[in-house]
Write a protein that binds this ligand. Structure first.
Ligand SMILES: [Zn+2]
Ligand SMILES: [Zn+2]
Length: 408
């Protein structure tokens, strides 16, 4: 991103932003009071489903990976559907969101920037700033938006009407389930999306692991491991700071990235192409790798070939019947080594192998990989767990097959 005017990203004032503040406060109050009064399990299930859908397809794929970073190609109709879903998060219009993101990206890469732009103050101060405030820089940089986006009539329409865009889903939800569905499916969803966006922004610039350091940058991105599924992969923010143009955010073994899984599904349907990976991004001299031993899955073939269904089944049944001593090796990223060891019990010895993409259970000349490996390791504890594991084994094997399809 080349600024038309470099400006100054350090000097400025944070003031109250009435529209932003009232929008969030109204949504949060309605959710708290109305949500309590109208609670039902179906409304709550709707809230979970609507929030996950909007975050995955809208925010992660539409707004962030497509509109802002153009990290993959897709037909115009799909781009519009995804960006429309992104507007449903309730953060801003598409052009406003793009401008905010460009400013933050640019500012965070400078040697210094305002604390507002790098989430540099205490937790509560940052919350007040990001949910209720607005930064006015004394001399803001001028960061051009691509002409094709800035002049797009649909995006300009959404930019003018982004708050009103909550009305169509609200009407549909009212017809389906009355006020309970509107409160849980719209107000609570917006509250969760906007609050979650701030929370992850705060943590991803202050706490969490780092694979790469961007030399000379005002702030580093961090990988917030526990939030990977909740944020649809967006919480691998250290990876994102290193390669902003990559369509894949979970780049290392064990880094779950639902947004990427959805893209793999779209790819199978022929809906997306030109998916950019770190290897396709321009090289950056300022990147300093923190752990060279870790291979990026997206550029190497670190994923071991999965065993065939029949051999997995045979090996699993044999181990569950005999409950022999086995070794469970894995990256231990999703689940720490000690937890795995506690789950697996005494029959299985857990070994952390950071470079390995997925779990592998070995005994004798046999090996089982992925989810079935974990299931069989836990199942081998005693006769009861073995029975449970046998019942669940087909499901675990199916999950593993689906995962094979989406692994790139
Ligand atoms: Zn960042
Ligand atoms: Zn970004």
């Amino acid at each position: 991103m080349h600024p038309a005017h470099r400006g100054n990203v350090v000097l400025g004032k944070v003031g109250w932003s009435p529209l932003k503040s009232l929008w969030w406060t109204c949504m949060a109050s309605i959710s708290a009071i109305g949500g309590w009064a109208t609670f039902s399990w179906s409304a709550f299930a709707l809230f979970l489903l609507a929030t996950a859908t909007v975050l995955l397809f809208g925010h992660s794929l539409g707004s962030h990976r497509k509109l802002i970073h153009d990290s993959f190609g897709c037909p115009k109709w799909l781009e519009y559907v995804l960006v429309y879903a992104g507007v449903q998060v309730g953060l801003a219009g598409p052009l406003g969101l793009l401008a905010q993101h460009n400013l933050r990206d640019y500012a965070q890469r400078q040697p210094d920037c305002h604390d507002y732009l790098r989430h540099g103050r205490t937790f509560w101060r940052d919350g007040w700033w990001q949910l209720h405030g607005e930064l006015t820089l004394d001399d803001p940089p001028v960061l051009p938006i691509p002409e094709a986006i800035a002049q797009d009539r649909f995006y300009r329409f959404l930019e003018r009407t982004w708050m009103l865009q909550q009305i169509p889903p609200a009407l549909v939800l009212y017809a389906l389930g009355g006020w309970a569905f509107v409160i849980w499916g719209v107000c609570a969803r917006i509250t969760a999306g906007v609050t979650g966006h701030w929370l992850i922004g705060y943590f991803a610039h202050n706490h969490g692991g780092m694979h790469q350091i961007v030399d000379g940058a005002a702030v580093q991105g961090h990988n917030v491991k526990f939030a990977s599924l909740l944020t649809m992969g967006e919480s691998w923010h250290n990876n994102h700071h290193a390669w902003p143009g990559s369509a894949k955010l979970g780049l290392y073994p064990g880094e779950w990235d639902p947004g990427w899984w959805a893209l793999m599904l779209f790819k199978r349907m022929g809906w997306v192409w030109r998916l950019r990976l770190p290897a396709d991004c321009p090289p950056r001299a300022e990147l300093r790798c923190q752990d060279k031993s870790l291979p990026i899955i997206a550029t190497t073939t670190a994923v071991p070939a999965s065993a065939t269904v029949r051999s997995t089944l045979a090996a699993s049944m044999r181990l569950l019947a005999q409950r022999r001593h086995a070794v469970l090796q894995g990256p231990c990223v999703g689940l720490p080594e000690q937890w795995l060891q506690r789950l697996a019990g005494e029959t299985t010895h857990v070994v952390r192998v950071p470079a390995q993409a997925r779990l592998v259970l070995r005994y004798g000349s046999h090996h089982i990989s992925g989810l079935p490996a974990l299931l069989v390791a836990v199942g081998a504890r005693n006769a009861w767990t073995a029975a449970g594991a046998i019942v669940l084994l087909p499901l675990a094997m199916m999950c593993e097959l689906v995962r094979d399809q989406f692994q790139a």
